[in-house]
Design a protein around this ligand. Structure first.
Ligand code: AN0
Ligand code: CP
Length: 316
């Protein structure tokens, strides 16, 4: 694997899920794969799970890691091409990416959308520029449009928890006081559509439809109760409006995932990428129930990241 930005960078989906599960079963078995290799993790935005689980993954492979809050601790980065840099930005992304490539064998980048201009966000400029200007493989730690390490961990979690040949997976929008990116639901939909054992249903209020590129052949409905019927997995996530891009339009609390909502499912398991606002997105009763997979899902981030790093290291 030469980069990891979306499901399209994965040659064999079943193989990478298997690889993650095999590392999980025996995390010490691959301790030489990344010997004398350096991973750089660059954060333009906050993170708990991605930041820690990816470091843990690197350690399982015997890799060293450097982490940088590039937005706070580095020079202010210019991304425009050909500009006269006489403003407040001291370093161009093309130089930073090339320099970091001198120190690192793989670079991970987290960069959220600005949620102002959809076209600009969906162009995913920072991630694409790192791919263009770095000399080493780039791993997305969540871009403006996708969160592939999360989606791989989600698929691993779903496969671990059901061997049904077709699992009904429902991606449901849920309320949130702030405007959040569309990267997690986009990416989740894209990965679920690529999996042969998942029937995906997406439910969200009007104006929150995801881009057709990500919805693919999934069913979309604005009727959450209808969607939840017989679900094997319920994946909750807030995202900001599509029609009024980047805005919070719907504040309807009846979209919160509660025990009453979960009762509509087929004894369904509950998932969320975290961080989650309790009793806003989903109730304590759901999050702390035996059917909640949130902590195992976060645990699987380590093995998803390890499988991706291993696939890249083995390609070099
Ligand atoms: C981010 C998001 O919604 O994309 C990160 C989730 C992994 N969440 C928040 O900003 C709360
Ligand atoms: N799920 C996830 O990516 O969490 P962080 O934003 O804390 O890394």
């Amino acid at each position: 694997m030469k980069k990891f930005l979306s499901v399209n960078d994965v040659q064999d989906l079943n193989e990478i899920v298997k690889s993650a599960l095999s590392i999980k079963a025996n995390p010490e078995a691959y301790g030489d794969v990344g010997k004398n290799k350096m991973l750089g993790l660059l954060f333009f935005n906050p993170s708990l799970r991605t930041r820690l689980s990816t470091q843990r993954a690197a350690r399982h492979l015997g890799m060293d890691v450097m982490v940088m809050n590039i937005d706070k601790d580095g020079w202010k980065i210019e991304t425009e091409d050909g500009v006269i840099m006489d403003g407040d930005k001291a370093e161009h992304l093309k130089d930073a990416a090339a320099v970091i490539s001198q120190y690192c064998d793989i670079i991970g980048v987290r960069s959220f959308p600005n949620l102002q201009d959809k076209e600009e966000d969906y162009a995913d400029g920072i991630m694409k520029d790192f791919v263009k200007y770095a000399h080493v493989p780039i791993v997305s730690l969540e871009s403006a449009t996708r969160h592939p390490l999360q989606s791989l961990a989600d698929l691993v979690t779903i496969r671990e928890n059901s061997d049904k040949p077709k699992k009904k997976v429902v991606l449901t929008w849920a309320p949130h006081p702030r405007a959040l990116p569309q990267a997690v639901p986009n990416s989740f939909a894209e990965w679920m559509n690529a999996a042969d054992d998942v029937e995906l249903v997406i439910t969200a209020p009007e104006g929150y439809e995801l881009d057709p590129e990500f919805v693919g052949d999934a069913t979309f409905t604005t009727d959450q109760d209808e969607a939840l019927k017989d679900a094997d997995f319920v994946y909750a996530k807030n995202w900001s409006s599509t029609t009024e891009y980047g805005k919070v339009v719907c504040k309807d609390n009846s979209w919160q995932v509660t025990e009453e909502k979960m009762a509509l499912t087929n004894n369904g398991k509950f998932m969320h990428c975290l961080p989650i606002r309790r009793n806003v997105v989903a109730s304590d009763g759901v999050l702390d129930s035996d059917n909640s997979l949130i902590i195992e899902e976060a645990n699987n981030r380590t093995f998803a990241a390890a499988a991706v790093l291993k696939a890249i290291l083995e390609t070099e």
